[in-house]
Design a binder for this molecule. Structure first.
Ligand code: ZN
Length: 342
């Protein structure tokens, strides 16, 4: 492999992916190791190093200009500190960038995984060419990021852009974040499954639903995938669930469009395909759920990076445009700017 590359790391609750990404956003290698999220902070760090070392085994250090890391939690992007992450309980105020820089002697940047993925899509993927891009990953949870003029909008310290935890119904179910009725409780995979189970429990014709057969008779086995498959086969109950999903998506995206009016909304994550298939209905519903003039002109497109979006995003952290949108400054950030990747 020739040319300098970014060593990208995507840390999850159960696995660590690491790989090399070119300056054009191409992932040229990708390895996985097990994450140790429930031991000590040092155990977690050792697991991350294991994945990185696997990449370094096959690549000359001289070819690596910097390291980028994405983490599923609250990150202070200025200092590269993991403030907290539900799936990584041993890392509280863990100075991940510092630790990695000490260990590998390359400059390191760290960001929340959805925000990093947003940047990769805006820079190299489906959001390329748009000035403002709102990215949403829909899966087990809902992660989002907003990129303006090639920069992640992070707020004061990094947490801005948590669209998954904006409220759709203040009387709704309690979310993992502690609030009620978050978007995540309505448009995630578990939310679709919950809606399906609730409808199956109420509907007299539920026993003949294709969802029951696909779930082998046990409603507890129903997933978003079950619903999508049953709806595709013409099951009326499953179609109702997806109609509801299309309405909820429109309510949420209507809020986002009225607040940010992005040029493009990029949908990624495990439910991306399903969400995009609902787009004609979502568009129709948006008429009632967005009020800003011209809202219908916002492009809504499927993400280019699939499961590797946060890995590409980790690398993209080194290719964000120079202008910073947060005003907090700080020595650490200045250091990182000076040592930016070539
Ligand atoms: Zn929430």
């Amino acid at each position: 492999m020739t040319g300098r590359m970014i060593l990208a790391v995507d840390i999850g609750g159960t696995k660590v992916a690491a790989g090399l990404v070119t300056t054009a956003g191409k992932i040229v290698s990708n390895v996985r190791a097990k994450m140790n999220a429930h031991g000590s902070a040092a155990d977690g760090f050792a697991a991350v190093c294991e994945a990185i070392d696997l990449v370094l085994k096959n690549e000359r250090r001289a070819n690596i200009s910097a390291m980028g890391v994405s983490v599923p939690g609250w990150v202070d992007a200025n200092t590269g500190t993991v403030l907290s992450a539900a799936n990584l309980p041993s890392w509280k105020n863990f100075r991940l960038a510092d630790e990695l820089e000490k260990h590998y002697r390359v400059p390191v940047r760290v960001a929340n995984d959805a925000k990093a993925a947003a940047l990769a899509e805006a820079k190299w993927g489906a959001g390329r060419g748009y000035r403002s891009v709102f990215y949403a990953t829909l899966g087990t949870g809902v992660g989002t990021g907003f990129v303006l003029d090639g920069q992640i909008y992070s707020g004061r310290r990094g947490p801005a852009g948590e669209g998954g935890h904006t409220i759709i119904d203040f009387r709704g179910p309690v979310c993992g974040c502690g609030k009620r009725g978050c978007a995540e409780m309505y448009i995630s995979g578990p939310a679709i499954a919950r809606e399906a189970r609730e409808r199956m429990a109420k509907a007299p014709e539920a026993s003949s639903s294709a969802m029951v057969k696909l779930a082998e008779g046990d409603a507890a086995n129903v997933t978003a995938e079950t619903v999508a498959k049953a709806a595709a086969a013409g099951d009326s109950l499953a179609k109702e669930v997806l109609d509801e999903m299309a309405e909820r998506l429109a309510i949420w995206l209507g809020n986002i469009i009225d607040l940010l009016e992005p040029d493009a909304i990029v949908i990624g994550g495990g439910l991306a395909e399903l969400a995009i298939s609902l787009l004609p209905k979502v568009r129709k519903n948006l008429v009632g759920w967005a009020c800003s003039p011209g809202h219908e002109k916002t492009a809504i497109v499927k993400a280019s990076y699939g499961a590797e979006s946060a890995l590409a995003g980790a690398a993209a952290l080194w290719f964000a445009d120079a202008k910073m949108h947060d005003a907090s400054g700080g020595k650490r950030k200045m250091d990182r700017k000076k040592r930016s990747a070539k």
